[in-house]
Write a protein that binds this ligand. Structure first.
Ligand SMILES: Cc1cc2nc3c(=O)[nH]c(=O)nc-3n(C[C@H](O)[C@H](O)[C@H](O)COP(=O)(O)OP(=O)(O)OC[C@H]3O[C@@H](n4cnc5c(N)ncnc54)[C@H](O)[C@@H]3O)c2cc1C
Length: 275
C-alpha cells in the first residue's frame, strides 16, 4: 500500500537511530505490517534494516537475536545439539499466517513490537525466558523481561522513540525439554491459541506459556509438575478480560483449547522425562 502521508524515509540511520527521533516517525523493519495498513499519523520512516546488526549470535551464554533478523534467517538457524528447546524456533516460525513476503522480509523485532496476540516470536521468546534490550532516544539502554513487554493487543512498554535492539535467550532455557501445541481455524491460518511448555531435565518443574488466546502472554511457573486439576485451576484463574476475542475465536473457545492443550503438554513432558 502507498503510504501517502510519508514525506521522508531515512535509509541509512545513525548507529544510535533514536537520537534523531521526532514525532510522526516510525521504525521500519520488514514493513510487512507498516505497508499493509493506512498510517495517517506517520510522516517519516526510519529504516532499521540497513544497520549492521548481527542476526544471530550463539554463544555459551545462549542465543542473541538481532531485532532485524528475518523469520527466514531465524528458521535457517542450526542450533548446537545440546539445545533441544531450539526445536521451538522452526515451530514458531511456522506458526505465522505467512506469505512469501512475511517469510522473507518480516523481522523478529517487528513481530515483537507489533505486539499482536498471535505474534509467534513473542510466544517463542517468552517461553524461552528471553530478555529484550531496548534503546531509548537519549542513548540509555534498558533490559526488560520478555514476559512483561507486551501489555495488551498491539500494546507494549516501548516509550516514544524507543526501539528493540536485540533478544537474549539464556542457554539454560535452550537446554530444556519442550512441548508445544497450536490451533488455527485453517491449516496455515493465524493462531487461535499457541502454548509452549518447558521442563528442566533432572527436575520436575514446568514452565507453561499461554499466548494467542490471550491479549498478552501469560506464563505459569511450577516448581514441581502440577496435577491436571492444579493446571486447570491456574488457567481458569486467568482474568476474563485477558482472553482475546477476534474472528479466530471467542474467549470461551480459547479458554477451552488452552485447558485441553495445557493438559496435553503436561502429559507429553511427563512422558519425555520418564523416557
Ligand atoms: C499475510 C500476512 C500475514 C501475517 N501473519 C501474522 C501472524 O500470523 N502473526 C503476527 O503476529 N503478525 C502477522 N502479520 C503482521 C506482520 O506482518 C508481522 O507481525 C511481522 O512480523 C511484522 O514484522 P516486520 O518486520 O514486517 O515489521 P514492520 O511492519 O516493519 O513493523 C511493525 C511495527 O513494529 C515497529 N518496529 C519494527 N521493528 C522495531 C524495532 N526493532 N523496535 C521498535 N519498533 C519496531 C514498527 O514501527 C511498526 O510499528 C501478518 C501480515 C501479513 C501481511
Amino acid at each position: 500500500m502507498d503510504l501517502n502521508t510519508i514525506t521522508d524515509v531515512v535509509r541509512r540511520p545513525a548507529d544510535r537511530p533514536g537520537v534523531h527521533w521526532r514525532e510522526g516517525d516510525a521504525w521500519l523493519a520488514g514493513g510487512t505490517w507498516l505497508f499493509s495498513a493506512e498510517q495517517p499519523g506517520l510522516r517519516r520512516l526510519v529504516d532499521l534494516t540497513s544497520l549492521p546488526w548481527e542476526p544471530l549470535v550463539p554463544s555459551g551464554a545462549g542465543l542473541e537475536i538481532g531485532a532485524t533478523c528475518t523469520i527466514r534467517e531465524l528458521y535457517a538457524f542450526a542450533p548446537p545439539q545440546d539445545w533441544p528447546a531450539a526445536g521451538l524456533i522452526p515451530a514458531s516460525c511456522e506458526a505465522f499466517l505467512s506469505s512469501f513476503k512475511v517469510w522473507n522480509a518480516a523481522t523478529v523485532g517487528g513481530n515483537i513490537c507489533l505486539s499482536l496476540p498471535a505474534g509467534p516470536m513473542i510466544t517463542l521468546t517468552v517461553a524461552l525466558e528471553a530478555r529484550y534490550e531496548l534503546w531509548a532516544p537519549d542513548g540509555s539502554v534498558r533490559t526488560v523481561d520478555a514476559l512483561g513487554f507486551v501489555t495488551g493487543n498491539n500494546r507494549n512498554v516501548l516509550a516514544p522513540g524507543e526501539l528493540l535492539r536485540r533478544v537474549e535467550i539464556p542457554a539454560h532455557a535452550l537446554r530444556k525439554r519442550c512441548a508445544h501445541r497450536r490451533f488455527s481455524l485453517t491449516r496455515l491460518g493465524r493462531s487461535t491459541v499457541f502454548l509452549i511448555g518447558t521442563h528442566t531435565p533432572g527436575t520436575s518443574d514446568l514452565l507453561l506459556t499461554v499466548t494467542a488466546g490471550t491479549t498478552r502472554p501469560v506464563r505459569f511457573a511450577f516448581a514441581s509438575m502440577p496435577d491436571a486439576g492444579t493446571l486447570r485451576q491456574s488457567i481458569d484463574a486467568i482474568p476474563a478480560d485477558v482472553w482475546f476475542a477476534d474472528p479466530n475465536g471467542t474467549p470461551d473457545h480459547r479458554r477451552h483449547l488452552t485447558r485441553h492443550f495445557a493438559e496435553e503438554i503436561r502429559g507429553e513432558l511427563i512422558a519425555k522425562s520418564a523416557a
